[in-house]
Design a protein around this ligand. Sequence first.
Ligand SMILES: OC[C@H]1O[C@](O)(CO)[C@@H](O)[C@@H]1O
Length: 438
Amino acid sequence: MFGYDIGISGGVTSMDDFLEEFFPVVYERKHKAKEDNYCKYDNQGLQLFTSSLYLAALVSSFVASKVCTKHGRRLTMQAASVFFLIGVVLNAAARNIAMLIIGRILLGVGVGFANQAVPLFLSEIAPVHIRGALNILFQLDVTIGIFVANIVNYFVSNIHPWGWRLALGLAGVPATMLCLGSMVIAETPTSLIEREQLMEGLAMLKKIRGTDNVNAEYEEILHACEMARQVKRPFRNLMKRSSRPQLVIAIAMQVFQQFTGINAIMFYAPVLFQTIGFKNDASLLSAVITGIVAIGGVLLVNLKSTNELEHGVAVWVVVLVCLFVSSFAWSWGPLGWLIPSETFPLATRTAGYAFAVSSNMLFTFVIAQAFLSMMCHLRAGIFFFFAAWIVVMGLFVIFLLPETKNVPIDEMSERVWKRHWFWKRFMDEEEQDKKDSV
Ligand SMILES: OC[C@H]1O[C@](O)(CO)[C@@H](O)[C@@H]1O
């Protein structure tokens, strides 16, 4: 659902029927002002169509974290699917910009709720030895959603005048899947135990592990819940000096992930490809290609079949975009989520992760809202802007990001932070902080 929403907006905002109905100014500019390629799509309303979703997700994730703790992962996912379904109906039936934007906001609330509950659900339900792999699958699924949306955009773009309605309406498919899925899944043992339903939690743990021999894990969960309960103010704890290294890393990972420029490509690939001179179909096909690459599949795509790639240079741009997207898919994409999830001590883990998620949403919003204007002002320089950030984040990784591989989560403090040349200076006060917080 998250991936589909990310992928669908770029294609839809490049469709003539859609532009003519809601953004006639952009439509006119697109067809008349050919000389000003870089600025054709520079329109705040059009950017708001894409970006409002992330702003809503940012705000709602704080509410969602409360719902998730109080009412469980399952109910949070059910709520997400209801928001999604209403949002989809509003979008597909939109008669004016307000319906479009309100629809996107509801989808955003759905994303806020789902992104809070789903990763938690996965890591709590997963057997320990595949927990990391499941965490990475979250990013893979996001990318599959983007890919499917791009294929949908490609096919519906030739259905006039309501192809865009179909594109937005088909988001109902993953929304319905989430709705039905969230009815049949079990609640996680951790959530049951956290809400003091101890017997149900134990029974559920036995059921999902397929054995009665779960005492050790049950005790661990009990202990973790007990510890977490003692920390009355996790957000305040997070502001202490000794939490600084993890907090800075968690936020930086998400900010940097977005400053790679990935969503300039993900949201606006079709617009971008049209800017460099592709016709409509070819632009959408190019977006599909980047989707395939992101997924990491090695597919040989026959570009010739479109007969529309007029410029050899433009083909090279597509190749380079593919290289960029695949590099992202094995680095900043999944690790932006993984590293923040494994560096915080239990006492600040969920609060810290909430910062990571909301930083992602905030900067996704910033890029979504600003990219087309930046392209208009910076022109090709926009790519040098992102390249400069990639140099900065490369240096950050070399000097400031410690290796966390093979380190058990609860030994991070001793084995990682206290031994790091720079971050160790923040850890001196940890002992004192511990005493303060009890
Ligand atoms: O695969 C690309 C997608 O992955 C994310 O960075 C989330 O991790 C999205 O913001 C982006 O659209």
